[in-house]
Design a protein around this ligand. Structure first.
Ligand SMILES: Nc1ncnc2c1ncn2[C@@H]1O[C@H](COP(=O)(O)OP(=O)(O)OP(=O)(O)O)[C@@H](O)[C@H]1O
Ligand SMILES: [Mg+2]
Ligand SMILES: [Zn+2]
Length: 375
């Protein structure tokens, strides 16, 4: 069965999520008939490089409606989107296709005009940083002066390893990590189309655990669908699936910091127990960091925006607890304290990046936060 990520691969630039600069530049290039002969698509895995390369090929070569909205039905569109059209070749440089011999063959082939109805012969070279040095040499010459009917789109997740000489012969486009709320939006659309009933908080979690890759986000949703076997997906399912700390623990911990529970005196024992419970689940520090940051962000949004509901995606139980914490922060004028502990959390993350033990970093952050609030 086809994966959801492949099923929902966009066929027009309008459906590409994020990447606004890439989309705008290529839209203008298509409209002004000003496409380059060499492109270098750089960046995060699963962020749209192959997708956009194919869309570009279809926009230029579609026989029914070339331009911004390729038909998706003609033999060229079909071939392009299936990744197999004689004139639009996808080469994986990480395999033997990236060897010097293969690139030499490609050069010999590039001399001939398209044979199967396309206007341009397009070579999409994936993982181009994996080409051997001799393959690179072979490619350089043709990239310098390609035949008029040829276009190259090189893709890489590791641009540092692409030779500067290759880079300077191409127009570079950077595909950044996709912001998780945009990923959540796309997952919501896909879930609706697939009739997967899923708690919005669980979709949010799929997106947060995607590392900014749409492919990862969509596969997370797919895993959840398979996990519940077609039954509605709850946040608890998502937490069980991904080994995430339950949201209750985040609210419990913030209660201890903010002082929603307790007598206002800095006794940190209960909170310290919760921190240790979080650590004992074996959850990765980065996940705990993101979870805490997200909860603190919700409080900041609640304290500063009158229509906070528009910007927050929380479960029903989460809303109740958030309200309680917000009320407490408002009554005690604690916006500055929230901002301060977000800064301290960022510092803890930075320490962990420099090899500080994660458990100590989290415990220290908690204690500092308690004092920031009780000051
Ligand atoms: N910007 C995006 N908008 C919408 N869907 C996307 C986007 N990026 C990726 N996807 C989804 O993820 C899948 C994989 O994307 P794609 O193959 O374009 O990634 P890539 O950047 O080429 O990754 P890799 O470096 O791993 O080759 C697509 O089939 C699509 O469903
Ligand atoms: Mg790719
Ligand atoms: Zn077409």
């Amino acid at each position: 069965m086809q994966s959801l990520a492949l099923k929902y691969r966009p066929h027009v630039l309008d459906d590409v999520v994020g990447q606004p600069i890439v989309v705008r530049t290529l839209t203008n290039a298509i409209k002004n008939d000003n496409l380059r002969q060499g492109y270098l698509f750089v960046g995060q895995f699963g962020s749209g490089k192959t997708t956009v390369a194919r869309i570009l090929a279809a926009m230029e070569n579609c026989t029914e409606s070339p331009g911004m909205h390729p038909c998706g039905k003609c033999s060229i569109c079909k071939g392009v989107f299936a990744g197999r059209h004689t004139d639009i070749r996808e080469i994986d440089a990480a395999s033997s296709a990236g060897s010097a011999d293969e690139i030499r063959k490609l050069k010999a082939d590039a001399v001939y005009t398209p044979v199967d109805g396309a206007k341009k012969k397009i070579f999409i070279i994936d993982e181009c940083h994996r080409m051997s040095p001799t393959a690179n040499d072979a490619l350089l010459k043709i990239l310098e002066e390609p035949p008029k009917h040829v276009r190259f789109i090189l893709c890489t997740t590791d641009v540092q390893k692409v030779r500067p000489a290759i880079q300077s012969r191409c127009q570079r486009h950077d595909f950044g990590k996709i912001y998780w709320s945009l990923i959540t939006g796309r997952l919501t659309e896909i879930a609706e189309k697939e009739k997967i009933q899923v708690d919005p908080a669980a979709l949010n979690l799929c997106a947060r655990l995607s590392s900014g890759s749409m492919r990862n986000g969509i596969s997370n949703l797919e895993k959840l669908r398979d996990f519940t076997g077609g039954k509605p997906v709850s946040m608890e399912d998502a937490q069980a699936m991904f080994g995430e700390v339950g949201e209750t623990l985040y609210y419990d911990l913030l209660d201890q910091i903010i002082g929603t529970k307790g007598n206002g005196k800095p006794d940190a024992s209960d909170g310290f127990r919760i921190v240790n419970q979080m650590l004992s689940t074996g959850t990765d520090f980065d996940l705990l960091y993101t979870g805490l940051l997200e909860h603190l962000r919700s409080i900041m949004v609640g304290l500063t925006c009158t229509k906070a509901g528009e910007f927050l995606q929380v479960s029903e139980e989460g809303k109740r607890r958030l309200k309680e914490q917000l009320r407490h922060c408002q009554e005690h004028d604690k916006l500055n304290a929230i901002i301060a502990i977000i800064g301290k959390l960022r510092h803890a993350k930075w320490e962990v990046e420099f090899n500080y033990p994660p458990d100590i970093a989290l415990q220290k952050w908690f204690l500092e936060s308690v004092f920031a609030f009780r000051r």
